[in-house]
Design a protein around this ligand. Sequence first.
Ligand code: FES
Length: 110
Amino acid sequence: MSRSIRVELNWPQENTVIVGDRHFFAYDRSGAVHVIASRCAHRGGPLHLGRIEDGKLRCPWHGNTFRVDRLCARGVAVVQRGSKVIAYLPVTDPDADESPAVVHSIVLAE
Ligand code: FES
């Protein structure tokens, strides 16, 4: 059985979560908030530092782009209640101390 870490965000002021050496970020797509791992499929670049251009997220490392409407397929479970976004982040190493999660406010550039 997989475990998860429950993290509550005050959306949209808080949109980035750091758990150990992993980053996750929240973004809005058509009024629904999604939370995904900030790890580029190419070489692991920090997608939360990328730019949104014409509906695509451009990775800051090598410039590959990913359609924003397809990023949610890589997302984690999310419950949204007004300005509260509750995300359930996967635990990758049950023996590692992955708490507490630290919430930052890093905003995707548009
Ligand atoms: S790591 Fe993202 S484009 Fe290379």
